[in-house]
Each structure stands twice: as structure tokens, then as C-alpha cells.
Design a binder for this molecule. Sequence first.
Ligand SMILES: Cc1cc2nc3c(=O)[nH]c(=O)nc-3n(C[C@H](O)[C@H](O)[C@H](O)COP(=O)(O)OP(=O)(O)OC[C@H]3O[C@@H](n4cnc5c(N)ncnc54)[C@H](O)[C@@H]3O)c2cc1C
Length: 465
Amino acid sequence: MTHQLPHVVIVGAGFGGLAAAKALRKTPAKVILIDRTNHHLFQPLLYQVATSVLTPGQIATPIRNILRNQKNTTVIMGEVTGVDKDRNCVISSDADRQNVPIAYDYLILATGASHSYFGHNEFAEYAPGLKSLADAEAARNKILQAFELAEAEEDPSRHRDLLTFILVGAGPTGVEMAGALAIFVRNTLKSDFRRIDPASARIVLVDTAHVLGTFSENLSKAAKQRLEKLGVEVRLGHSVDVIDAEGVVIAGERVASKTVIWTAGVAPSPAGKWLNAETDRAGRVRIQKDLTVPGHPEIFVVGDTASLDQNGKPLPGLAQVAMQQGRYAAKLIHNRIVGNPPPSPFNYFDKGSMAVVGKGFAVLQSGKVRISGLVAWLVWAAVHLQFLATSSLRVSVFLQWVWTYVTGQRGDRLIVSPHRSEFAKPGLDTTTAKGTFASRQDSGAGRTEGVKTPTVGAKALREVL
Ligand SMILES: Cc1cc2nc3c(=O)[nH]c(=O)nc-3n(C[C@H](O)[C@H](O)[C@H](O)COP(=O)(O)OP(=O)(O)OC[C@H]3O[C@@H](n4cnc5c(N)ncnc54)[C@H](O)[C@@H]3O)c2cc1C
């Protein structure tokens, strides 16, 4: 009698939501997992897609494929825009249907975080972040495009601006990205160009504080030294005041660049607003020791969008925290449904943190253990392989890493963008339209730069388009 089963709705199939769904596989309940994308994303390896080591398909898997054998779970692709606590339903929309209520008896919100530009939302246009597959592909396109533009540019004085890459934020994402980019430009691309020397590319990593600020001082120093050895310019103690089409301004100094990537702050999802619940200063929902929202024992919030203190400190936004919380929420719900006593309050077990700094070098901090170098890198590789969603991804990523390590070659160096050329547009009709090549024109109607001016009539052009 399926309709009599309690409904457990999980919003978000990232680390927290997916762990919760999997842990409910034996629970007598109808589990509904909603995500706005169709895939579970392994965010820690996003930087490897952005720097062409891995392909998008190697770090993301369709959610329904992961849960294909879990008969009590239905996967729905939709964007949740609110929670109606009085009617016990979440409101979900997709491209076809708007504001569909989905009822729950238990609700787990695991909607993660997005970028935070610390009040400078105008930076977003020029400094994309690294949170989704689309972000990583956009960053990869931008990086590869910079080399193509520089190779095509006859004026060598413009090469430096085109080949200056700025990463804002020296946390794990910025450090890993800077290290991978340095190896990419100095090794992988070294023989591919004729007019430019890719190794001359300038990589600048900026932060107001330290490199890997959450790691011990020694590991932070080791990571900085390693980056500098790889040729990365590390600029600490400075904030980025301006980011625009020409580059950035760091502590009053203009640094010209066509490629700026935001690797700094994150902001939680709007779950706090949906629930009208108390949040911390960052906007994360304050939850209780059993991960529920005060006054709502049926609503759980886990992962990056939740705020919970342990030993007087807020738990960090890490995959391990999200997964352990997801499993805990599932266990508590299971126990309630089957009539078992609740588990003891949630307690995060910290297995440690790691960050990679280029080829064969990582820093690792776990309890009193602090190591850097090749051994840390091997541990990093083993742990990351273990946490990929499926065995096929593990095999594929492992083989790619071995290939890249040995040959220096990378997996995916394609610039993939919609096939629509600004230059070709007005002269699309190559058979009838006769174009003249106009130099830069400014007119009241708008600006055209070096585009073909079609002499074909408007009707013919409409037909062509
Ligand atoms: C580049 C990068 C590198 C990282 N590296 C590490 C690392 O090395 N180690 C580590 O421990 N952590 C790392 N993290 C942090 C880690 O990825 C997060 O802590 C973790 O993903 C949090 O899990 P979560 O379940 O809370 O959210 P997420 O994993 O972000 O999942 C949220 C899910 O919710 C979905 N969603 C969001 N809003 C909606 C909505 N309105 N409707 C429907 N679905 C929605 C999203 O599509 C997503 O699938 C990294 C993060 C990034 C961005």
C-alpha cells in the first residue's frame, strides 16, 4: 500500500542529500529526491575540469543512474523555490510546470551553497566562480580561449594581458586551481603554439589573508612555497578592489587580465528564507543537535546550507560534514518511522583536510598528523577516487590521472561554446550577400567592430536567418 508510506522529501542531490537518500534505501518510506540538475557533482574535482585534466562526465553522474536499484526512491528534476511549512509541502518548478507542491512527512534540505562576492555582485560578470559543471566548462573555455587569442594577436605587447590569469581567493579551490594551471601552461601547452610561449603566462593568486588559511602555519607555508616554485605569483594581504573587463585592481595597482576567476567566498542557498528560520551571519540555517529546525522536528537541514556549532566552533563547509549529516538525518527518520529510539545527538568525526598543489604534491592535516609532498598527494588521490560516485568513474579518473602524470597530456582541451560567430553573423548568406569589410564604426545605433556589412536586402536576410 504505497500511499500509506510516509513521504521523505530530500531537496538537493549533492553530498548531503545523496548520502541521506542512500541511507534510506531500506526504510519503509517513499523517498522523493529533487534536484535542479540531473547529476550528482563531485565538486572537489571541478578545478580539474576547468584546467582540462578531466571531462565533465568524469566528475558527475546522473542521479537516477546512481539510484537505479533503489526502488523506494523517485528522482525529480526541478528547482525548489519555497517550503510551505503549514501544508507540509515544498514548491517545485521545472521548464514545463510551475509551483508544483510536493508533500512531505519528513523534509531534508541539502541545497548547498553558491558564490559570494562579498557584496560586490558586479564582479560576477568578469570573475566567474567555480561551483557547477557549467562554471568549470566556462572557466576552461575562457582559459583555452586566452591562448587562442594570444596566438592570433600580432602585437606582442597584448600577449601579456591575454596571458595573465588571476585567481581571487587562496583557499583550497584557488590553490588547487593555480597549481593545476601552472602545470598546464608550463608542461601540457609548451609545444602547441608558435607565436606565443605559454610558459610565459602569468598566474596571480590573491588573498587578503594566508594561503590555505584553515591549515596549520607550516602547511600553509609549504603550499605557498610550492606555488611559487611552480611560478605562481602569490599576493597576500591585499584585497581586490575592482574587477572589470580590463582586469583587476589590487591594493591600488591595476593588473591587466582577460581571465579572472573567483575562488573566494560562498553563500548558502536561500533555505533559511524558505523556512523563515533563524540563520547565522552568513545566512545558514541554525539547526539543533539532531539537525532539525527548532520547532519543526520533521524538517532537517544538512551540509553547506546548515549552521551547527561543535566544540564552540561552527562546522566547516566540507563534503564530509554534509555526508555525515545526511546519513544522520536519514537514520533519525528511519528510527522514527520504524519506532526505534533516536540516535544520540550528531557528532562530526573529522577525518582531516587535504589540498593538492600541482603534480605529485599535496598537504594533509588530520588530527596531529601534518604532512606535505608526494605521500600526501597519494593519500589525496586514493581518498578522492574512493568518494567518486560510481566504480566506472573511479576507473576512468584513475586511468586519466596516470596518463596525465606520465605524459603531461590532459583529457579535455576543447573550447565548447554555441556555434554562433559574431563575425559571421551579418554575412551569413555566403551565396548571395556581398559584404564589404568595414573598419571600426561608432554610430548612434550601436557599435560594430571589423564586421562584414551586408548589402543584401532585409527580406533576403530574414530568409537566410
Ligand atoms: C570547487 C570546490 C572544491 C571543493 N573541494 C572540497 C574538498 O576538497 N573537500 C571537501 O570536503 N569539500 C570540498 N568542497 C566543499 C564541498 O563540495 C561542499 O561542502 C559539499 O558539496 C556540500 O554538500 P551539500 O550537500 O551541502 O551541497 P552540494 O554538494 O553543493 O549539493 C547541493 C545540491 O542541491 C541542488 N540544489 C541547490 N538549490 C536547489 C534548489 N533550489 N532546488 C533543487 N535543487 C537545488 C544542487 O543542484 C546540488 O546538487 C569544495 C567545493 C567546491 C565548490
